[in-house]
Design a binder for this molecule. Sequence first.
Ligand code: MRU
Length: 414
Amino acid sequence: MAVSDIPQTLWWADDPATGRPAVYLVDQSRLPLAGDVLVCSAYSGVCSAISGMAVRGAPALGVAAAMAVALWAVNETDDVDGVEAFLARLDEVAAEIAATRPTAVNLAWGAERMRAVAHDNADLALPELRDLLVAEALAMADEDEARNRRIGELGAALLPEDAHVLTHCNAGSLATAYFGTALGVIFTAFEQGKIAGVWVDETRPVLQGARLTAWELRMAGVPFRLITDNAAASVMRAGWVDAVIVGADRIAANGDTANKIGTYGLAVLCKEHGIPFYVAAPTSTVDLTLASGDDIVIEERDPREVTGVTFSGVIEPRTSAETTALDALTREGPWQVPIAKGHAMEITRKGGAYQVDGWARVAPPGVEVYNPAFDVTPAALITAIVTENGVASPDFGASLETLCEGSGGIHELR
Ligand code: MRU
């Protein structure tokens, strides 16, 4: 258990089955109890992984978008006739990738940066252009890690000794190319001996805190306690929180910040209890084209995230009779277990193992649901925004603009 043990969520490698490049993604929708790795050989596979949240977290989405464009370029353009046609199709592919989820600006930023690189090098021959796009996507992954490590250092300096920190959702290594933003700050501070403990919000409805942040912190050896989202107010009131630190999906020019639903409530609680509220995010998450958070599109997701909970795991047959029965049931493909009252469960044979994936209903059938995946925290509630280029403090407008100068953010690409 050490910070160096934290997981990587996506990478580019040749697929031995096809001999062609592929994007490898750890399926975060099932972690930590099932550890599938998805192998995408076409950009549409990465798009499905993004909309299904197999890959998630703003900076990871930016890199996934870039890798999806590169994947298209090397695996799906053999029949494209000439650079002009390639660029025209690339524009469509990039737009499709950028539209898979609306709130995290990094997604559009990643796709847009690939588009810009291709158009800026339209004088190259197709093979070189393809190589250039792959190199760009890989460089973006490396840059992301470097940015996160810098954010970690700058953010850790803001924390007191023996800090008790509360975090929401997962802004860790899984949410980035590597290392994490808000968790990167916690990892860095932990290595400096400054972290006494972390409060981890479970983060309903998809439980990124309980599933992913808890998993990463355990791997890193950071002491933490998992709480329900509703417990945050009480632990603050008890005096057990010195700082709250979260990631971001989009930061408007005035500092208003969109992040996982529930973040705004935490910021309000921090104000009430006199606790600093920090946002940690790379400049690729800053969207200077939006004046305020009012213009940020908030994604609404499937009501089933709220009316029930998903679960995944691996069945370990105890007897040969159980193995025989499972084999028979899954021979023709996944076996949909018939459960009454609208629960859903299927068992899939995976090599010599059997994976179970399910959804257990908790609300009565037919209830109406409102399921925004993000909320916007007004800048006035934010103590500081930690970027790789420095720490922005209120009033954020001017300092964010300075920190983003020349950093290739979405406003410089559009
Ligand atoms: O819906 P998700 O899991 O993609 O939401 C993720 C978050 O809200 C994170 O806090 C944010 O993307 C920052 S990740 C470094």
